[in-house]
Design a protein around this ligand. Sequence first.
Ligand code: GLY
Length: 374
Amino acid sequence: MSLLEDPSVWAEEIARKIWEKERAVAMRNRNKIPYTAKDGVFDDLTERNICWWTNGFWAGLLWQMYGFQRDEVFRETAEGIEAKLDRNLMTAQGMDHDSGFRWLMTAAANYRMTGSKAARNRALLAASDLAGRWNLAGRFLRAWNDSGDGEKAGWAIIDCMMNLPLLYWASKELNDPRFAQIAVSHADTAARAFVREDGSVCHIVVFDPVTGERLYSLGGQGFGHGSAWTRGQSWALYGFALSYRHTKKAAYLETAEKVAAYVLSQIPESGIIPVDFCQPNDCTWEDDSAAAIAACGLIELQRMTGTTAYMDGAMRLLRALAGQRCNFSPEVDPLLERCSAAYHDTEHEFPIIYGDYFFSEAILKLCQKETFLW
Ligand code: GLY
């Protein structure tokens, strides 16, 4: 079998390049919490926005590297970020539906890897806060915050599927079904209220926060109402697969496969993913992070079902990213070059830390050497 044909041999070589790079990056960024980079140098959100939803991903990447091959610089840097996030944990208005992204990647990861009791405590506090966002009438976890005017009290978003694993984790850890019950009720609502007939998903669904009635959907970070924001498709694909992994509820696997079928049908020949599958033809903006997240979900589905089309799809995405969109140089901080936060933002195609995290996780999955942080 040639190198090109064997995903794990190919991935093992990429994983080694990532590890070498991230070791150098960690050595010179020991005190930062990066979101993006300018001229190859990470920025730092420690003072600028300690409550930003992406603040766990650099630590998550460091824990993945630590799991692949031990070097204490990874552990120490990740633990530093976790401690800094205590300021977020103590800011009620800075807590939101994305607690899973922040504390699964930091405290829960640390606890899994080292058994730290302080880390376990942080992750349990974050899980309790997330569970407190549950709307009993609508059976969903409320997204974002507002300034007390209740404007977003009925908002839910597809991204939240990726935060449910913090609740599954807390239930297991405490031997208490309440957290998982909330996660399941949210996942059931999301499967019903977000996923369209063709397998695409909407970003935002607005419910009446008092009666729980589904009112309407919004285009959110995608092109517009009724469109298919690619990162949202990826959150759904991977998120439902993870809910299946935690619960073994067949409906979640069916939903993940339905979304995966839609995503696979939309991947362009190039393997490079746009910001929205429904964006105008003359718009070339792409989002590498959407591709990396989808690849993680597809590999997970391949493991669950044995369907080779999922692995083929993941490989198309990962080969395109590795060959055309990754900077493996240890001299440059970010890895993926062209991520986009939202279609209607003024800036597109720049490094974003979660792109680096999910690309690395996908590559380690191919080698069967990822640490399961979800
Ligand atoms: N969770 C927000 C985003 O994907 O941009």
